[in-house]
Design a protein around this ligand. Structure first.
Ligand code: NAD
Length: 484
């Protein structure tokens, strides 16, 4: 097997195993083959990871920022040099095609490390005049020990998007990957050490929700950053609130993609396909409610069907494969349940809708049309390759309907009228929007959700707010004017 991690956890600078923890099997989604056997972290290991992170943090924060940046930059270079091997591991971990993992996973993690490496040394405070020669200066300080908890769809990217800003600004981290995809984060830990990070700075412990819960409530923890579903977000947010901890919540979505009839048809279809079928539809920000203006509907659907039916489904390690299996058999069952609900509630199945008759968790890319706002498939996050197409007449109507959801992660608009695009985007309730494209998330741009989709932002300058706090120091230059 390719470059497997050598043990379940990475704590205080080394791989650590304790086989008394409950077993976790890492299953290759394309074949059902077990690619790694790991164990959940025991309470003793969780304690060891948090103690190591707490010990490492103060010295790391005291380094010159440029030195912290150098370590992260080196890590980004190692990741790029080892991209092939890391991408193969990511494919085994998730079932996503190598065609994708080569360009969207470790490389996106390297981008984050590189970006925050450069950012680290630019962080400064303010000097605030307060009269009489006195002044206040501010210091941006690290929060301390941060906990990162990941989802299974982008395991390496999520680990990097959390670790890079946390470490750049002087924090340490204990990261718990999803139990479904435990491998990628271990490689990040190994690479950070190789790049010169001190032992204990970035630790990885494996486990299910209970391990995450133990991390979130530990008194040593200053901040929790979760990527996951809304139900988990509610639990983690509430648990973090007990200790008044900082949180970032990157949660689910049911994002609208609005296509006006003056849009470039091929571009709009390409974006709708990318925004529903990339990573077998397992992307939080996917534009899963595709609103198509009535004048374009028939042409849109017939060309969409044609293009969707050319998608090459296959063995994820084959470079030709464009779509792989769902991450787990459970996820496939869940998505097929939504397909059945779509049919039962009267949506028109344009293409797909079936499991593939082969080993692995495969299904066809699926498109429903004539979907109405109240149907289950228009309201709930499906998290699979199921595109839901709804019709609309007017701009005002589509804005109201696009916003009629409890989620607020992302949104997209396709039109050749830029003024209209700007006007519509200004009214959409979403943390991240795209005009005439979809799902591009460069590290330079803040990313995150509104409404139930989350709080806080990852990436961009915005991340500074979420991994530091401001200390305000009043400097007096005259006598103390006490009345007694
Ligand atoms: P999930 O909510 O089931 O699990 C997420 C993580 O939380 C896992 O590591 C899990 O072990 C852990 N967890 C579960 N219960 C916990 C608890 N009580 N305390 C602490 N940790 C706990 O999500 P998933 O199925 O792994 O991922 C899919 C979801 O993630 C989708 O809803 C998707 O939209 C969302 N997601 C959001 C983003 C984003 O950036 N907004 C990105 C990727 C995925």
């Amino acid at each position: 097997m390719r470059a497997q991690p050598t043990a379940s956890h990475f704590i205080d600078g080394e791989y650590v195993e304790d086989t008394t923890g409950a077993p976790i099997e890492c299953v290759y989604a394309a074949t059902g083959e077990i690619v790694a056997r790991l164990h959940e972290a025991t309470p003793a290991l969780i304690d060891r990871a948090l103690a190591a992170a707490a010990r490492a943090q103060a010295d790391w924060a005291a380094l010159r920022p440029v030195e912290r940046g150098r370590v992260l930059h080196k890590a980004s270079q190692i990741i790029r040099a080892r991209n092939q091997e890391l991408s193969e591991l990511e494919t085994l971990d998730t079932g996503k095609p190598i065609q994708e993992t080569l360009v969207a996973d470790a490389t996106s993690g390297a981008d984050a490390l590189e970006y925050f490496a450069g950012f680290a040394a630019t962080v400064t405070g303010q000097t605030v005049p307060v009269g009489g020669g006195d002044f206040v200066y501010t210091i941006r300080e690290a929060l301390g020990v941060c906990v990162g908890i990941g989802a299974w769809n982008y395991p390496t990217q999520i680990a990097c998007w959390k670790a890079a800003p946390a470490l750049a600004f002087g924090n340490s981290m204990v990261f718990k990957p999803s139990e479904v995809t435990p491998l990628g984060a271990l490689k990040l830990a190994e690479i950070l050490m190789e790049a010169g990070a001190p032992a204990g700075l970035f630790n990885v412990v494996q486990g299910r929700g209970s391990v995450g819960a133990a991390l979130v409530t530990d008194p040593r923890v200053a901040k929790v950053s979760l990527t996951g579903s809304v139900p988990t977000g509610r639990k983690v947010y509430a648990a973090a609130a007990q200790g008044i901890r900082h949180v970032t919540m990157e949660l689910g979505g049911k994002s609208p993609l609005v296509i006006f009839d003056d849009a470039s048809l091929e571009d709009a279809i390409g974006a709708a396909m990318l925004g529903n079928f990339y990573s077998t539809g397992q992307i939080c920000s996917n534009g899963t409610r595709v609103f198509v203006q009535k004048g374009l509907k028939q042409r849109f659907l017939s060309r969409l069907k044609e293009r969707t039916e050319t998608i090459l489904i296959g063995e994820p390690l084959d470079p030709e494969t464009q779509m792989g299996p769902m991450v787990t058999a459970d996820q496939l069952d869940k998505v097929m349940g939504y397909v059945e609900a779509g049919v039962a509630e009267g949506a028109t199945l344009i293409t797909g809708g079936k499991r593939l008759d082969r080993a692995g968790n495969y299904m066809q890319p699926t498109v429903f049309a004539d979907v109405t706002d109240q149907m289950t498939i228009a309201r709930e996050e499906i998290f699979g390759p199921v595109m839901v197409v709804l019709d609309f007449d007017t701009e005002d109507e589509v804005i109201a309907r696009a916003n009629d959801t409890e989620f607020g992660l992302a949104a997209g608009v396709f039109t050749s009228d830029l003024a209209r695009a700007l006007r519509v985007v200004a009214q959409l309730q979403a943390g991240t929007c795209w005009i005439n494209t979809y799902n591009l998330t460069p590290v330079e741009a803040p990313f995150g959700g509104s409404k139930l989709s989350g709080v806080g932002r990852e990436n961009g300058h915005a991340a500074l707010e979420h991994y530091t706090q401001v200390k305000s120091v009043y400097v007096a230059t005259g006598p103390v004017d006490a009345p007694y």
